[in-house]
Write a protein of this length. Structure first.
Length: 125
């Protein structure tokens, strides 16, 4: 019974997330991943962008933890594309905190913000 209730709330949260900005951010990750496919150096980065794009499509029920695994590629990411997506996520998180209607999304925006700044040092389940 509890499992079914969690599944219903996860579905409702993901649906709510998609309506209020999650689909835009997911598409942004997919576009950056597609742009990175055209370079030899960007190909491994693009695969990670597609994975994170899927996580942005359905973030409720997922956990993100930072693990310092590949620091050099994370710094390159942060200086190139990471600050753009991270800033968008941070602004959306702050706006979500400002309204009662957006509070359920604020935690997800902060999770995605952390993932946007350092996607190659992040592990999610």
């Amino acid at each position: 019974m509890l499992w079914a209730l969690k599944k219903v709330f996860r579905f409702a949260g993901n649906f709510y997330w998609k309506i209020f900005g999650g689909i835009f951010l997911s598409i942004l990750w997919y576009l950056i991943g597609a742009a990175l496919l055209f370079s030899v150096i960007g190909f491994p980065l693009s695969l990670e962008c597609f994975k994170i794009g899927w996580l942005n499509y359905k973030p409720f029920g997922k956990k993100v933890a930072l693990v310092v695994d590949r620091p050099l590629i994370s710094i390159i990411w942060l200086l190139s594309f990471g600050w753009i997506i991270g800033s968008v996520s941070l602004v959306n998180a702050i706006f979500s905190c400002a309204t009662l209607f957006g509070l359920p999304l604020a935690g997800q925006w902060f999770k995605i913000c952390r993932l946007a700044f350092f996607p190659f040092c992040s592990v999610w389940k």
